[in-house]
Design a protein. Structure first.
Length: 161
């Protein structure tokens, strides 16, 4: 996190802190789940009074940009619905885990793509269409069930699943 406070700026220091953290969170420079420095720590590093940084953090929390989790610290909050927030937290946990495992970005993204294809059935439609053409509808329905995909046969085609 990089913040610059300009004393000659017309905006008060707390507003500069608030605006910069808000912009960095909105742009993704500060990812969801990023742990912010403590109020005291940030104040010290910026040469500001503790109350100035505390005022900025309160404003950011009111705006929904950050969230305080008690003694665990202050984190960049997810914007949007609770489902999106949960997904963002899960993504951050995934990133933390794959980094600990030593995976590079390509391997991590590949694993996510495979999981999404499996969950949303992108690969299922192609596999079932091929099976339907090559082995008949009954076989295609069995393959669909094995892959965990939905399958609906056209009227008169036999088995549906």
């Amino acid at each position: 996190m990089s913040l610059k406070i300009r004393i000659d700026d017309s905006a008060p220091p707390y507003e500069q802190v608030r605006a910069q953290i808000s912009e960095q969170a909105r742009s993704g420079a500060l990812p969801v789940g990023y742990r912010l420095p403590t109020v005291r720590g940030l104040a010290e590093s910026l040469g500001l009074a503790v109350n100035t940084v505390a005022k900025a953090y309160r404003a950011l929390e009111t705006d929904g940009v950050i969230e305080t989790r008690g003694r665990n610290g202050t984190f960049v909050a997810a914007a949007g619905s609770a489902a999106v927030r949960e997904a963002s937290l899960a993504a951050q946990a995934y990133v933390d885990r794959v980094r600990r495992l030593g995976l590079d970005e390509d391997a991590a993204l590949s694993a996510v793509r495979d999981a999404l294809r499996a969950a949303y059935g992108a690969g299922c439609r192609a596999a079932v269409m091929v099976a339907s053409c090559a082995a008949g509808t009954v076989c295609a329905a069995r393959l669909a069930r094995r892959l965990g995909c939905g399958f609906v046969a056209a009227a008169g085609d036999g088995e549906a699943g």
